[in-house]
Design a protein. Structure first.
Length: 608
């Protein structure tokens, strides 16, 4: 949440930062701003609205000359989106400017502390408190002032700061909020996320909890919370710059859907070795997997929906009870954990604060922690006992697609591996199930070539007010994701329901013309789904059914049929999600929505 950039070097900072912020706009886009340290002190420009507004009012950055600067795109937490609430914030003295990602929880108390010392405030933000506190402690030593301030802050924050007295220096500090330093040649960078850096450098340093970096064009000095110097490792990111560009597609979302076969191949292939699965688990002992009493899968949003499918996989293959919990609920639920519990954490960004805090809760209670993460070296990856990386590459569209699909295949691999370790999956079954997975990317390729039907359905139904997604078992788990995808980008109200549960209340919402998307790929319950379709049709619903190719019974009752290649029902979620993502995409396109940056949302949710 919130995009942050910082630059120090020999180039003009403002235009460079505006370009970098464009790559970060997916993190927040209700307002933006930049501050540059030039010959005449700190100059600031900030505007409500998209980055293009800031670009126009600064003449593409030309109005703010100087080679050191910080910039921000905001996702509002404290205070509505407005020019004055936008970051950077400037201190009373005009000597300090700061951008912030996260939430300062004790801001009311700190505001009082500062008010008693004569400070007044012009914005409604928690961030302004941080910059005035630095101003209060500043007596010519930036490091001291920032350290004193950070010691008083409660919450999650990453702060990037410039001082008028030190025009060739930036300071960065973080706790529970992502921040990376880009290492360049005679120039250095700060960013909340790697895509902002890729056109400049792929060498990065990740700051740890409470670490502070003092950065100029040639040096990066990092201190721990007690002021001791820390030697940091430079990591080389393998993502190339093109991976974070649209590459000719109208939207990142479509590009990322089209990348799914490749992303799945990259996730699956390195883990298959002569008919067996090898996972890079080094710290959790193999014996622990054999004696598990329970597995928690903890995640948010789409990653949580992956967990709901994953529960089906793990319980089938490994026969261990699985509880799937929303991360924001889990940590307050007093979870029952023993040393024989495994907690599987799922996160694309690896920075979702609810998920990170849930991880810490599970760890503190003695659980083993295995995470499935896309961003290498992210906070969740760092704090896990073991990490299984999904190799989806950078995901820029706010609505997740390829990361969801790779997480799904990762859970399938994990479930199979657990099943084999626990003696529930024989070597020959293993080979069969692996083959099913290996065939998947080619089948998805085929589905991606058949987008026309989905375009036609979207053209017909984009003005729907309510859409129901129904399914049973794995299809129900998938309905949750199909419905979320649709509502988050097209703003059409939608509900996902277990098809058998409709008659216990929700069916009263079905009226003539209501659109229902019936997921019918779960072969063992196909007959029951056909009956459920009949039930909603009898109340006037129009039904789009998604089924395996050749499912005549379904075709006979539905108004429209979307087919996926027939095969093992276990991998059906990985196939069915593709038309559901495309359906949401084309519905949003037909409505003229801002697909990659849906309203009110942001990628990587780093506030609780
Ligand atoms: C929906 C979506 C979100 C994320 C959720 C978790 O399309 O992208 O629901 O899945 O915010 O994010 P990560 O996976 O980064 O922890």
């Amino acid at each position: 949440m919130c995009g942050v950039i910082g630059y120090v070097g020999g180039k003009q900072a403002a235009p460079l930062m505006l370009d970098a912020l464009e790559k970060l706009e997916y993190r927040g886009y209700d307002s933006s701003g930049i501050a540059v340290c030039g010959a005449s002190g700190i100059q600031l420009a900030k505007r409500k609205g998209r980055l293009s507004v800031l670009r126009a009012c600064t003449h593409d950055g030309a109005d703010l000359p100087g080679c050191t600067g910080i910039g921000h795109t905001r996702w509002a937490t404290h205070g509505e989106p407005s020019d004055v609430n936008a970051h950077p914030h400037l201190s009373r003295s005009g000597k300090v400017a700061l951008v912030h990602n996260g939430i300062i929880e004790n801001y009311a108390e700190l505001r009082e502390f500062l008010a008693e010392r004569g400070y007044t405030f012009i914005s409604d933000t928690d961030t302004e408190i941080a910059v005035q506190l630095i101003d209060y402690f500043y007596r010519g030593d930036p490091v001291h002032a920032v350290r004193e301030t950070v010691n008083m802050l409660v919450g999650a924050f990453s702060l990037s700061i410039i001082f008028a007295d030190y025009p060739d220096r930036m300071i960065a500090v973080r706790k529970d909020s992502p921040l990376v330093i880009g290492v360049g040649e005679n120039e250095n960078f700060i960013a909340s996320d790697i895509p902002a850096l890729l056109t400049h450098t792929r060498d990065i340093i990740r700051l740890g909890e409470y670490e502070m970096a003092v950065i100029d064009a040639h040096n990066i000095v990092v201190f721990d919370r007690f002021g001791e110097k820390v030697k940091k490792e430079i990591q080389h990111v393998t993502w190339d710059a093109g991976a974070a560009e649209k590459g000719g597609y109208p939207h990142f979302m479509l590009k990322e859907i089209m990348e799914e076969p490749e992303a799945i191949r990259n996730t699956v292939h390195p883990r298959i070795h002569t008919g067996d699965i090898e996972l890079e688990i080094q710290h959790i002992p193999e014996a622990a997997f054999k004696t598990l009493d329970r597995i928690f899968i903890v995640a948010c949003g789409s990653a949580y929906h992956v967990g709901v499918v994953g529960k089906g996989y793990i319980e089938k293959f490994a026969r261990v009870p699985v509880t799937v919990e929303l991360a924001s609920e889990f940590r307050y639920n007093d979870p029952i954990i023993t040393t024989r519990t495994l907690t599987v954490i799922i996160s694309q960004s690896g920075e979702t604060i609810d998920t990170l805090l849930a991880l810490r809760e599970a760890k503190a209670r003695g659980s083993h922690i295995l995470s499935i993460v896309n961003v290498v070296g992210s906070s969740i990856a760092n704090e896990s006992e073991d990490v299984l990386y999904t190799w989806a590459g950078p995901e820029i569209a706010v609505a997740t697609t390829k990361a969801y699909s790779t997480q799904l295949t990762m859970l399938y691999l994990l479930a199979l591996k657990l099943g084999a370790l626990r003696g529930n999956v024989s070597p020959s079954e293993m080979e069969t199930y692996i083959k099913v997975l290996e065939d998947l990317p080619a089948k998805i390729d085929g589905l991606l070539g058949e987008r026309e039907l989905l375009q036609r359905l979207a053209a017909k139904y984009f003005s729907s007010k309510d859409i129901f997604f129904i399914g049973r078992n794995l299809d129900y788990a998938l309905a949750l994701e199909g419905s979320l995808k649709l509502k988050e980008i097209s703003y059409i109200h939608s509900e996902a329901y277990a098809a058998g549960e409709l008659k216990h209340g929700t069916i009263s919402l079905i009226e003539p013309g209501t659109l229902a998307v019936a997921l019918c790929t779960y072969a063992p319950l196909l007959d029951k789904m056909v009956s459920n379709i009949r039930e909603v049709k009898a109340r006037g619903a129009t039904v789009i059914a998604l089924c395996q190719a050749g499912a005549q019974d379904v075709a006979a009752v539905a108004d429209h049929v979307i087919e996926v290649p027939a095969g093992d029902w276990l991998v059906m979620p990985s196939l069915s999600i593709v038309p559901l993502q495309l359906f949401a995409y084309y519905m949003a396109l037909a409505k003229g929505c801002d697909i990659d940056k849906p309203r009110n949302l942001a990628k990587s949710v780093t506030v609780e």
